[in-house]
Design a protein. Structure first.
Length: 327
C-alpha cells in the first residue's frame, strides 16, 4: 500500500526514518525511474520508508503560466505511475508563492527533516530547490551535514545503462522535455521508449458529432479537459482502457476532422474488437477511460468525400489490429 498525503499535516508524527527524493516527476520517465529505483533500494537496505515529495501544480504554472510547458500526464496518472514502482509514500505539496519563498534550508528543515525524518536524500546532479532555485547539489550536501542526513547522487537514465538515442544517433539523457518534443511530432514510439511505457491520456467519454457512427466506425470521444499531453494530429494504434480496467485495441484519431471542415481538435478512439458491432451494446458515455498511444499510422489528411475516408479508415483499422496483435 502506498500512502498518499496531500499536505504535510497528514504525515503521522512518528513516520520514518525515510529515504526521500524531491521533484516534479512529470511523465515518470526512465530517468525518474533510475532515481526512484535507487531510492527504494536504499530504503530497503536501511529499513527506512521510500518517499517521494512532488508538487501540484507544476511550479512553472505558478511562476510563468504564460510559458509553462504542457504536462505530459495529469496528477492521477503521475501518482499511479509512481505508486507502481514500490514506494511507501508520496507527499503532494501544494505549490504556491508562499512555498516558493522558503529558503533552501527552511524547505529542507521543515519538510525533509522535521516532517519526514529523512536519513537519506536521493537526488540528481541538476537538483534545484528553495527560493529562486538557489539550492543545488552542494547546498543539499551542506544541509545534510548540518541536519544529519546522507545525500546520494544518481545519474539519470540515458547514455549510461540502456542507451537511448536522439535523431542524430547521439545518446541523450531521458527528460520530460524529450518526451514533449516527441509527442508534439507525433513520435509516440520514441515517447514510449523514454517513458518506459505508452503515453496515455485520461478523460470522460462525451458525445461528439456522431460522424464515426454514421460511417460505421463509432468512436469514444474524450472530453476537452482530458489530462495528458495531446500528441500531433494523426491516426494512431493504441489501447482504450475502460472504467472496469479492460484493455481494448483501438485506432485513435487526433485532429479536427478536416474532411468535414472541423475546427476544434478531438481525441477519439475506435475500439476494434467490440463485443458486438452495434454501438449500443458497447456504451462508454460518461465513463472515465484511458487512451494509450502505441504507434503513429499516418498524418491527418482531408479526403474528397466520405467514401474515400471510409476506405482509408478500414485500412487504418486493419493496420492497427495487426500492429497491436504483435504486442
Amino acid at each position: 500500500m502506498v500512502y498518499i498525503w496531500n499536505d504535510p499535516s497528514e504525515v503521522p508524527a512518528d513516520f520514518g526514518p525515510s529515504v526521500v527524493t524531491i521533484g516534479n516527476f512529470d511523465g515518470v520517465h526512465r530517468g525518474h525511474q533510475q532515481v526512484l529505483s535507487e531510492l527504494i533500494r536504499t530504503a530497503r537496505i536501511t529499513r527506512s520508508k521510500a518517499v517521494v515529495v512532488t508538487f501540484d501544480p507544476h511550479p512553472a504554472q505558478v511562476h510563468r503560466p504564460e510559458s509553462a510547458p504542457e504536462l505530459i500526464m495529469g496528477l492521477q496518472d503521475k501518482l499511479e505511475a509512481l505508486g507502481e514502482l514500490g514506494l511507501d509514500a508520496i507527499l503532494v505539496m501544494k505549490y504556491s508563492l508562499d512555498l516558493a519563498s522558503l529558503t533552501p534550508e527552511e524547505f529542507v528543515e521543515q519538510y525533509l527533516v522535521d516532517c519526514l525524518h529523512a536519513g537519506h536524500v536521493v537526488i540528481g546532479h541538476d537538483v534545484r530547490f528553495g527560493r529562486g532555485n538557489s539550492g543545488d547539489l552542494d547546498t543539499m550536501k551542506e544541509l545534510g551535514r548540518k541536519f544529519g542526513f546522507e545525500v546520494q547522487v544518481i545519474s539519470e537514465f540515458g547514455s549510461e545503462g540502456y542507451p537511448l538515442h536522439d535523431d542524430d544517433g547521439t545518446d541523450r539523457r531521458c527528460s520530460s522535455t524529450w518526451v514533449r518534443e516527441a509527442l508534439q511530432e507525433g513520435d509516440v514510439a520514441t515517447a514510449s521508449a523514454v517513458l518506459g511505457r505508452p503515453h496515455r491520456m485520461r478523460g470522460e467519454v462525451v458525445h461528439g458529432a456522431a460522424r464515426g457512427r454514421a460511417l460505421g466506425f463509432p468512436t469514444a470521444n474524450l472530453a476537452s479537459n482530458a489530462s495528458g499531453l495531446v500528441p500531433a494530429d494523426g491516426i494512431y494504434a493504441g489501447w482504450l482502457v475502460d472504467q472496469a480496467g479492460t484493455r481494448w485495441p483501438a485506432a485513435i484519431s487526433v485532429g479536427s476532422n478536416p474532411t468535414f471542415d472541423g475546427v476544434s481538435r478531438q481525441v477519439e478512439a475506435h475500439v476494434i474488437d467490440r463485443p458486438k458491432e452495434d454501438v449500443e451494446d458497447f456504451d462508454l458515455y460518461g465513463q472515465t477511460v484511458v487512451v494509450e498511444f502505441v504507434a503513429r499510422l499516418r498524418g491527418m489528411v482531408a479526403y474528397r468525400g466520405p467514401e474515400a475516408l471510409v476506405e482509408q479508415m478500414r485500412l487504418d483499422v486493419v493496420q492497427a489490429h495487426e500492429l497491436l496483435a504483435r504486442r
